[in-house]
Design a protein around this ligand. Structure first.
Ligand code: SAH
Length: 358
């Protein structure tokens, strides 16, 4: 039994079944027992590995991308280095090191991190030392300045709600408990669409998703970028609709049941990029892409960068480097399932990394 299990059981006993997003929120972000409240979570010793933890080349590529974007946008002097959900701070550190080498204006820019977990804030502070990041939990607390930033595997960690088609109508899909075990249940019918995009011609048992928090944060980021400029790379496993159950839980590098191990497994969903793009447009911003992560990194020259780092005297190191690149780029690994999109102010043209879209 996990410490969260009786707490959630009690909550259901007093106020009824939980929405999927409320369950995820408790499992991931409960201040004492939530998954992100304790470390390590990422990396070989954690439960899963993310792109920046695979190789520093990932952060170097994104740093070079933003150094170029900053120039394209007229090198604004009040730029901000921004990241949403920075995990252990590895990506922020690798990007900052790249800025130090090739983009002093971004290296000297204030760094703002959107992070909900106190434990991870401490890690991020350590990773960026001696630089002092500013921590926020609300986009509204950002200064009114252009953001050059990234959200890697951030949106997938924000809760989703689900609806299920049953007996000719859409119903909330909720989480109930019975004798200490949790199970999915069909809740009340949706009032109107209740924030879901309803597909045409559903059949019994179809499941759809929406991410109220993800959508709210996307709207705020789009509004900020439309008004104050800059660009934000959004990188995640994704698709272009909300149709199907995409929830997944991982523990110790293996898939597990999301209704067990509360607070001890990572729970994520696949990001609906079409929805994010619509929200950008609604806020007078533009989402370029998504494009596959493999294509993006290759077009930015990750292959050439890896070649330059190879050392014939160190074959073991070369093999590790090539294996890391393969993991980031190959379609059978992260290259295809992971997508990259760029949030920018409304306008035309596409920067390097996205030109194959045109
Ligand atoms: N970007 C990192 C880690 C991704 S995990 C990497 O690539 O390694 C998700 C991150 O988002 C964690 O840092 C988690 O604490 C943070 N997070 C999750 N929900 C959040 C929320 N509602 N507000 C702010 N940060 C959140």
């Amino acid at each position: 039994m996990t410490p969260l299990q009786p707490i959630l059981t009690e909550k259901i006993a007093t106020s009824g079944p939980l929405s999927v997003s409320a369950y995820m929120q408790a499992c991931l972000l409960d201040e004492t027992h939530g998954y992100y409240a304790h470390t390590p979570v990422f990396g070989a010793e954690g439960d899963f590995i993310t792109a920046p933890e695979i190789s520093q080349l990932f952060g170097e590529m994104l740093g070079a991308f933003h150094a170029h974007l900053h120039q394209l946008f007229g090198a604004p002097e009040n730029a901000i280095h921004f990241e949403a959900g920075p995990g252990r701070g590895t990506l922020a550190r690798d990007m900052s090191r790249t800025y130090q080498a090739i983009a002093p204006a971004l290296y000297n820019a204030p760094c703002y991190l959107l992070e909900a977990s106190a434990a991870l804030r401490a890690k991020q502070k350590e990773a960026l030392a001696p630089q002092e990041p500013h921590f926020i939990t609300d986009i509204k607390d950002l200064p009114q300045s252009p953001l050059f930033g990234v959200a890697n595997e951030f949106f997938d960690a924000l809760g989703v709600d689900q609806a299920i088609f049953h007996k000719g109508a859409w119903h909330h899909r909720l989480i109930d408990s019975h004798e200490g075990r949790f199970h999915f249940t069909i809740g009340p019918p949706l009032q109107e669409a209740a924030g879901f995009i309803l597909p045409n011609s559903p059949i019994e048992g179809d499941i759809i998703e929406s991410s109220p928090l993800g959508e709210a944060i996307m709207a705020q980021l789009s509004h900020h970028i439309a008004h104050y400029g800059g660009g934000i790379l959004i990188i995640d496993y994704g698709k272009s609709d909300n149709q199907t159950d995409t929830l997944q839980a991982v523990r110790d590098h293996k898939p597990c049941d999301m209704l067990s191990y509360q607070g001890e497994a990572d729970i994520t969903h696949w990001v609906d990029f079409a929805r994010l793009s619509q929200i950008a447009q609604d806020n007078k911003a533009r989402l370029i892409g998504p494009i596959s992560q493999g294509r993006f990194l290759q077009d930015l020259g990750i292959g050439a960068r890896a070649e330059a780092l190879r050392d014939p005297q160190k074959p073991e190191q070369d093999r590790t480097l090539l294996a890391a690149i393969d993991r980031l780029v190959s379609p059978a690994q992260m290259g295809q399932a992971f997508k990259v999109a760029l949030l920018v102010p409304d306008g035309e043209g596409v920067p390097p990394g996205f030109t194959s879209l045109t």
